[in-house]
Design a protein around this ligand. Sequence first.
Ligand code: HEM
Length: 416
Amino acid sequence: MTTTGGTFARLLDPAVRADPYPVFEQIRRNGAVRIGEAPVVVLAGYAECAALLRDPGAGVERRHATIPMGATPTHDLAGPHAIELRDTVSFLFRDPPDHTRLRRLVSKAFTPSVIRRLGPRITAIVDAALDRAAARGGFDLVADLAYPLPVTVICELLGVPLSDEPRLRAWSSLLARSLDPVSSSAPEFRPDAEELVRANNELYDYFDELTSTRRAAPGDDLLSGLIAAEDSGDLLTHNELIATCGLLLMAGHETTVNLIANGGLALLRHPEHLETLRTEPHFGAQVVEETLRYDPPVQLIPRIVYQDIRIGELELRPGDLAIMLLAAAHRDPSVFPQPARFDPYRENKHLAFGLGPHFCLGASLARLEADIALTRFAQRVIGPRLTCDPPEYRAHVNLRGPAAMPLAYTKILPAE
Ligand code: HEM
């Protein structure tokens, strides 16, 4: 194990955002890294990441870390002098039994069979988005397709009016930056702490108010379901209800958009696969799985070590913060031959949705949305070409993805 975090810190530099993979490769080759003297360990091999994700001796409650950490990443950035932060600790940052209790309340809405029924609605949203672009002339893969689809779906599921979307988008984008390993970065790469606290509190107030509206007039949506659970006894507190809504809203805004955009980018750079997808719609699922491996929308996952854990040569100690670099593990040649190749035909056991008790609740939804969006894109947008390669990227390190992807094209076919 080396004692330098210099290579890791390079990931935070905006200059590597368009292609961080050479840096990930260097970290993986160096083996696990302890950053300076701090109890922070970076894991980059596939077997190590998979083993730690499965290990019951590690969890997500940040108060168990030796380095001082707040209950959520937003708390870390808020600092001791900032305005008071409203409590929005979602079940992503809680261990059992709280995690089990809270996850169970929403998991029924995300089972594969429930999600499959959303297929026709997702296709309709995608076709409407492509129709709008065709009518206007001009197409940006992010603004016209990758973004509107997951955002419309999560708003409809939660019962959030789409007209509130611009405000939600700004809060969500800011809060997503707190998931970056920014506390170790140079100040110029850090998001503004006050802005973050304000976004956290305004999102809290937004759901607080929406809860009152829905309580008076319940709908057939997740928020109304959670309100009924809150009212029916001691299933969840009001703060837990708001934190759950915030988690789902952010997951819907900040992840699938990058999966669709990253998949579109890979297809545009590999026109032979785009052509196969145009003629063989069943290929979509393979394209989505390979995108999840090749350019994962969530690049890293943190854990706090609770007990001594040995993984191969590596000794993890209680209180260590372990950062698992999925984006590096997905390029591990011992598991993925020729890992730098975008190959939708490969056998794919990526870790893009995590593993174990915190396995992504929205995995089926994300897969279905990306499959339909990319397949309809391949079928309806004829002769698409990137006008800017690499595209401009967002500032985010962990939930990394393009900010815009303007395309030239021959025509957009009408929906059948
Ligand atoms: C491509 C899209 C997505 C990716 C790559 C992704 C990835 C992940 C990952 C890696 C985790 C595990 C985090 C950890 O172990 O610490 C996670 C958890 C979670 N995801 Fe997703 N996600 C995606 C889309 C979604 C969507 C669309 C939703 C719901 C609307 C969602 C809801 C959640 C929730 C609620 C958790 C927390 C689960 C728990 O703590 O038990 N995700 N996601």
